[in-house]
Each structure stands twice: as C-alpha cells, then as structure tokens.
Design a protein around this ligand. Structure first.
Ligand SMILES: Nc1nc2c(c(=O)[nH]1)N[C@H]1C(S)=C(S)[C@@H](COP(=O)(O)OP(=O)(O)OC[C@H]3O[C@@H](n4cnc5c(=O)[nH]c(N)nc54)[C@H](O)[C@@H]3O)O[C@H]1N2
Ligand SMILES: Nc1nc2c(c(=O)[nH]1)N[C@H]1C(S)=C(S)[C@@H](COP(=O)(O)OP(=O)(O)OC[C@H]3O[C@@H](n4cnc5c(=O)[nH]c(N)nc54)[C@H](O)[C@@H]3O)O[C@H]1N2
Ligand code: SF4
Ligand SMILES: [Mo]
Length: 748
C-alpha cells in the first residue's frame, strides 16, 4: 500500500495505490490524507490506465525520413543540438518560442528546473496556458496587491456566504482554490446556516448544489459586480473595517462604480436589478462572506475588470483578509509573494516587451499565446522558427487552432517534452517523454500556494524510470540552449542551480536565514540532488520550516517523508499589511491601468441581446483539458462532445436533440451534435474544449475512437482581453444552423 498525491488537477487528493510488481491493482482515496480525507474523483483511476497506456511514450522519438521513430536519449539530444543550435546562432534567441502547458504546474521537476531552461533559451517568446486561463486574475492581483500570486482564495471552511461566478468546482474540483471535495465543503456552508450563490450562463452541478443560481449573459460579470459595488455605495453598506488604513483609492473606486447602477446593467447582464441589489445586500450582511470567480470570468472580454471587482467587493464588504472571507495563503514551500521586504515593494511592471506582430504586451515574463500562430506565420527576419512545448497541447488548447495547426508546418524545428503523439506533438521533430505518473516524485509546489488551508504532502517515486529524470532532461536542454552542446555535466549544472538558490535566499532581507553561511546550508542539504534538494531548501526556509536549525521541530523534506498522509499546517491567518508588495504599501483599489480601460466596460452596458448566439465552454468530470481522453475508463459511455442548447433556441433554429449543427464564428466553423437542455441560458450554447482527436499521425488509439471536435477552431486569436492579453474563450459570437444534409446533397 502506497500513499501519494493525485497529480491530475488542483485538488491534490490523497490516493492509496496498491501494486503487484509494476502492475497497479487498485487506486482508492486515502482516508487519512490530512486534506482530502478519502475524497477522489473518477480521474484518479486514470492513474492506473495512464501508467499502463500502451500509447504513452517510453523512449524518445526522432523524426527520420519523415517518420517519428524510437531513438536513444543520446541520439535525441544530439539531434536537438544539431537542429536547434544553428537556428539560435543564425536568427537569435527570439527565433525559438517555448509553450509551457498545464501539467507543468503539477510537476515538481518542471516547476523547479523549467525556469533554468527558459533562462538558458533567453527568448522573449515565452507562452503558457496562463493566457488561455487565469492571467487576468494575476494582472488584477499584481496591480492591487503588488504580486502576481497574491490571489486571495475564499476561506470556504469558515465562510457563511459564498458568491461564485464562472466556476464549477463540483466538476473542475476547484481552481485558484485548492480544496478537495468541494461538494462536501459547500454542503458544510449550508449546514452551518450559510448560503451559496452561483452566477453562470449554465445551471451547472455546482449551481444545482447552491441555494441560488442566476443566469448571466456571457462576458458581463464585470458589469454585475460593478453594480453590486454601486449598490453598496448607494445604500451606505461600504464597510472595509480594519482594512481601511491599508487602502489607497477607496473614494475613487466608490465614485467609479456609481456609474453602474443595477437598473442600468440589468438589460445587458440578464440579471434583474432587484436581484443584483439583493445579492449585494446579502453579501454585505453576511458575517463571513467571500466572492470567488474563476475561468468563466477570466477567459472573457472583461476578465481583468471582473477579477479586480471581485476583490473590490471583498474589500468594500470588509471580507478581504479576514477569517471566513477571501484570504491570502501561506504555503510551506516557495511562497512566491513572501520574498523581499514585507509590507511594500516595487509593485508589478507589465509590458516590459511587446510581441513582434501585434505589439501585445508581456505580463510576468510571457506573451499572450493568442499571438503564437502569427509569430510563426507572419514573414520577417525575426519570426519564430522553432518551438519547444513542455507538457502542452496548444493546437487544441489555444484560440484559432486552425491557424496554429497550419503555422506548425512552417516551423524549422519542433521539440516536444510530452508523453503522447497528439495533435500538437505529431508536428515534432523530437519528442522527449517523461516518466509515468508512478515513476516520479510529487509535491504541489504551485497549487499549495492557492490552497484553502496550509498543507504539505510529498510523494516519492514508486517505480523506477527507464531514462533520465525530467530535471536532468531540462538541464541537458539548458546546456544545448546555452551553447555547451548535448552532454552538459548535469551534476555540476545542478550544483550551480542550488548554489544560486541558496545565494538568493541568503541575500533576501526578509529571509529566515539571511546572512548565514552558504556552505553550511549546502552541507545540510546533502546528499539530496535535483528537485528534492530544491524542495528541501524551500521547505526549510519557509514559514513552517526548521530554518536550518533555528526551529528543530520545523518542516524539512524528511518530515514529509515520514508523513505519507501529509502535514496539516492549519487555516489561514490575516496577512495584511505584511503580504503587500505595492509601491504604496497599500491595497490599490483603483489601479491606473484598470481605471483607464473602464470606458470600454461602460460602453458594453448599452449592449442588448440581439438574437445572436454566443458560445461558452464547459468542463467534464472525466476530462482533463485535452489529454486524458486516451484512457478507456474516462471516455466510455456516450460521446460527450456535444453542443448544449436551450430547447427554445433549438426550436427557433430548427435543431432537434441529436441533430448535427453547423457552428460558425469569425475564426472558423465546425459541426457538433445537439443536446437540448434547459440548463442552458437561452441565447447561449456550450461546447466542451479539449476534443478533436482525429489528427492524422497522432497515436491516440482510444481517443481517436471518441474524437469529438475542437471548440477552439471557433475562438478568434484576435479577440483578446486588452489588459492581460488573455484569449476570449467564453462569449464568442456564433451563428448556429442545421448542418447541411450530406446524404441529400450527394443525391442532388
Ligand atoms: N475553448 C477553451 N479552451 C481552453 C480552455 C477552455 O476552458 N476553453 N481552458 C484552457 C485552460 S484553463 C488550460 S489550463 C489549457 C490547457 O492547455 P494545455 O496545457 O496546452 O493542454 P493540456 O490539454 O493540458 O495538454 C497537456 C499536454 O501535456 C502532456 N502531458 C501530460 N502529462 C505529462 C507529463 O507528465 N509530462 C509531460 N512532458 N507531458 C505531459 C499531454 O500529453 C498534453 O500534450 O487549455 C485552455 N484552453
Ligand atoms: N474534470 C476536469 N477538471 C478540471 C479541468 C478539466 O478539464 N476537467 N481543467 C482544470 C483546469 S486547467 C482549470 S483552469 C480549472 C477551471 O475550473 P473552473 O473555472 O471551475 O472551470 P469550469 O468548469 O470550466 O467552470 C467555468 C464556468 O464558467 C461558466 N461561464 C462561461 N462563461 C461565463 C461568463 O461569462 N460568466 C460567468 N459567470 N460564467 C461563465 C461556464 O458555464 C462554467 O460553468 O479546472 C481544472 N479542473
Ligand atoms: S479531484 Fe483532482 S486531484 Fe482529486 S482525484 Fe480527481 S483529478 Fe485527482
Ligand atoms: Mo487551466
């Protein structure tokens, strides 16, 4: 019996895995896990199938005579050096783009050593899944609190009023909110007399579980939230309490939101004014309330405004940074918003460079992925000629997939760090697979920074991996990228990495080990190597750590090794003002960049539904973005890639249940089977993302049997949210008609 953390989503559930040799005989929830207490979802069983999947790559693949064929690791690295180095030499660093995908955020090796590769590449063309996801929230948090990871999370276990917009945690299992078993946690709110309110254009499972659900027109959350804030101001319900002395711009923000009266936003949002006012009053009246919003509010036209207003409401109602409200987390390791001097800083700087073609601004070291295709297919000396993907499937996951698909053909070299030949990696010249899920260690370095409590749980690798570890692969690639050839001395490189991290820590005036002797710390970390050595360092200098001897009872990696069910470090405590890193040392309630873009939001108040349909996405319990559809247990049953539509719309558009619809947008078109359901708001259709597995040459024997269509053929790469560069994936105007009848067309 082995205990480990599930690596598939943000919930970090504890699993109990039994093995018979190399074979997995069972996967169950770990009842003793300090955080998940036995909860799991159906994807946990995917662990067994992923471990066993014959399509999962083991040795590297290298393209020879047009075919991807198996190669040794040394051959693969030699090929990368042969192909990549000349491109860097002839065309410069920006000729190589990197795309880092979602599983990287769940991968200890990628989190710790991925940045080493990116630094060695030295390219400004860094793209990640963040700009098809949460970037607006990070921009808003950065501007308000001074750090991109100062994203408040709802204190779900202590709040008595939770307002959720654009989130479906009963299916997604929570996002920017690590909290396993959200169904149980939401029920507990209701059982203690509290209230759960959901705002979503679809009556989701989460909405069904709530006390109250409001349909909203996609893309109008910022208007709704502003109108709630307006209500607080008009009805003298603003009460930030002890936060007041830490606020900058309180008067200004109150003045600004007055322009969004509930009566004026109601027609655009579809939420009646009386309901908006009541929602505001109830939030203000709650003892411990929190507003929480997720991807439906970030992957849309006013994502940064919505993200900002969520926390404006949390502040105006006095719920930010208080127990049961929206709180700042404190993770055991690598808490990114805790370095530097507490209580102030330099704030964030956005737009330090621009994308070549469209001039979109950088945010936190990356460019909007909506630009990737045009950076490749727009001629110019400095165009992108090579692409490295790290656990990402941009051909399915990013907007205007059709264009990116064609652009991939124009690349001189593609390297993929991936475990499948799929829609993206089929274009690769070299694929470097990683170990299977049981062949590597796990620690949720990123997600614990967004958890509902402070928790730490480490899982060692259970089985040996035939090949180099992921961190060694990254260091060898970093060696190639920095011109040292394919055979970098990994040990020496790793030594440099840890020395750099130790050095940086010792120089940080806020660090617990500031000024200590580096040799002493390095000695104490022996004999660990790689991510384990980095993790041990981060734990020990972290807020619960042993401080390298300062607190003998504190955390070290060894303590976690002795506690396979994890260590619970307690609920959150208020962190203001210490957590702030803004130049003013205050919470910036009216950041200049956001305020400057308000006229765009105000203008949207005049919009009215005009009979045009809009497209949104949806997540499904047995999917995980684009890549778990090759696991039989997760795709069995009837096909799920359907277009949901309200029956009244079906009747109006001549679409019966099960009929095939043709859906067109400014970017492309596709056909999908119709599923009529009154869970949809009239005027809105929903197609899940992550499908479309019919690409030639992909090696997905199971997924190709349940191919579905790729909804991102409809997302327009030119439709981005201006403040963050995030793609608009929800609220896409579409035309929906019955698909032409092919049989009839053939006869005629
Ligand atoms: N229309 C629409 N589009 C969306 C979204 C939406 O809601 N609607 N959601 C967006 C969001 S939130 C996200 S996060 C993105 C996700 O976008 P991506 O990160 O680009 O896509 P994934 O589907 O997560 O693909 C993960 C890739 O990693 C590989 N992989 C899995 N495990 C491992 C591993 O252990 N090692 C390695 N090396 N590779 C591995 C898989 O084979 C796959 O190729 O999609 C976005 N796209
Ligand atoms: N089973 C499963 N779990 C997952 C994933 C998965 O693919 N499958 N993906 C993981 C990833 S990468 C992420 S980022 C998280 C995301 O986690 P969540 O944000 O909880 O994701 P969704 O389930 O897509 O919920 C988004 C909701 O927003 C609604 N929505 C769409 N447009 C709007 C709008 O304009 N306004 C409002 N108010 N609502 C809108 C949709 O109807 C949907 O119910 O999930 C993670 N967990
Ligand atoms: S909810 Fe997420 S972490 Fe938990 S078992 Fe399911 S996929 Fe794994
Ligand atoms: Mo995501």
């Amino acid at each position: 019996m082995h205990h480990r953390t599930c690596p598939f989503c943000e919930a970090t559930c504890g699993l109990e895995v039994t093995l018979d040799g190399e074979r997995v005989t069972s996967v169950r929830g770990d009842r003793e896990d300090v955080f998940s207490r036995g909860f799991i979802c159906p994807k946990a069983h995917g662990l067994k199938e992923l471990h066993e999947d014959p399509d999962r790559l083991r040795p590297p693949l290298v393209r020879r005579d047009g075919e991807l064929v198996e190669a040794t690791w040394d051959e693969a690295f030699a090929e990368i050096d042969r192909r990549l180095s000349p491109i860097l030499a002839a065309h410069g660093r920006n000729a190589v783009a990197a795309y880092v995908g979602n599983p990287s955020a769940h991968n200890l090796a990628y989190l710790t050593y991925g940045p080493v590769l990116l630094r060695a590449l030295g390219t400004q063309n860094v793209f990640t899944a963040s700009t098809v996801d949460q970037m607006p929230k990070q921009v808003a948090a950065g501007l308000m609190f001074g750090h991109l990871l100062s994203v408040p999370v709802p204190d779900v276990d202590r709040c008595d009023h939770l307002l959720m917009l654009g989130a479906n945690p009963l299916v997604s299992n929570g996002s920017l909110l690590t909290a396993p078993n959200m169904r149980g946690r939401l029920r507990a709110i209701r059982e203690r007399g509290g209230k759960v309110v959901v705002v979503d254009p679809r009556r989701t499972r989460t909405a069904e579980e709530a006390d109250e659900h409001h349909f909203i027109r996609p893309g109008t959350d910022a208007l709704l939230l502003a109108a709630m804030a307006c209500t607080l101001v008009e009805e003298s319900l603003v009460d930030p309490g002890p936060l007041t002395e830490h606020l900058e711009g309180l008067d200004e923000v109150q003045e600004l939101v007055r322009a969004y009266r509930p009566e004026d936003v109601a027609p655009a949002t579809g939420v009646p004014a009386g309901e908006i006012r009541r929602m505001a009053r109830e939030l203000a009246g709650a003892e411990r309330g929190a507003v929480y919003a997720r991807i439906g509010t970030t992957t849309q036209e006013f994502g940064t405004h919505a993200s900002w207003l969520v926390d404006v409401l949390n502040v105006l109602t006095g719920n930010l940074d208080r127990e049961g409200g929206a709180m700042f987390t404190l993770a055991a390791a690598g808490q990114r918003n805790s370095s530097g001097t507490p209580g102030g800083g330099r704030g964030v700087r956005l737009g330090r460079w621009q994308s070549r073609v469209r001039g979109l601004g950088e945010a936190f070291g990356e460019l909007p992925v909506a630009c990737l295709a045009e950076e490749i297919d727009t001629p110019g000396d400095d165009r992108v000629r090579a692409l490295i993907t790290v656990a990402g499937n941009p051909v399915v996951s990013t907007p205007n997939s059709g264009r990116l698909e064609r652009a991939m053909e124009q690349l001189d070299f593609v390297l993929a760090l991936d475990i499948y030949v799929n829609e993206t990696t089929r274009h690769a010249d070299v694929i470097l697979p990683g170990p299977g899920p049981l062949e590597k260690s796990h620690y949720d370095l990123a997600l614990y920074q967004l958890a509902a409590r402070s928790v730490a749980n480490y899982s060692p690798a259970l089985l040996d991996h035939d090949g180099p570890a992921e961190w060694e692969v990254l260091l060898r690639l970093a060696g190639i990228a920095s011109g040292q050839g394919p055979d970098a001395d990994v040990d020496a490189f790793d030594r440099l990495v840890i020395e750099t991290l130790v050095g940086r820590e010792l120089k940080d005036p806020g660090s617990r080990v500031a000024g200590r002797d580096p040799a002493e710390l390095l000695e104490a970390l022996e004999p660990r190597r790689g991510p384990e050595r980095v993790l041990d360092l981060l734990l020990r200098v972290g807020p619960f750590g042993d401080g390298f001897g300062a607190d003998p009872d504190g955390l070290t990696l060894e303590v976690l090794e002795r506690n396979p069910h994890g260590v619970d470090l307690g609920p959150h405590r208020p962190r203001i003002p210490e957590v702030l890193r803004t130049a003013s040392g205050k919470i910036e309630l009216a950041p200049e960049a956001i305020v400057a873009d308000l006229p765009r939001l105000a203008a949207s108040m005049e919009r009215r539904p005009n009979g045009e349909m809009v497209l949104i996405g949806r997540r499904q319990l047995r999917s995980n973005n684009s890549w778990m559809h090759n696991l039989p247990a997760l795709v069995k049953g009837k096909d799920r890639c359907t277009m949901l539509l309200h029956p009244d719309d079906g009747e109006r558009l001549g679409l019966a249940d099960g009929a095939l619809a043709l859906v067109r947008s400014s970017a492309g078109e596709l056909e999908a089977p119709v599923e009529l359901s009154d869970e949809m708001m009239p005027g809105v259709v929903s197609i899940p993302h992550g499908w479309g597995h019919s690409a030639p040459e992909a090696r997905l024997s199971v997924a190709s049997e349940h191919a579905g269509v790729n909804s991102n053929l409809l997302a327009d790469d030119t439709f981005v949210e201006p403040l963050s560069g995030n793609a608009v994936l929800n609220g896409i105007p579409v035309e929906v008609v019955p698909a032409p009848d092919r049989a009839a067309a053939q006869i005629a």
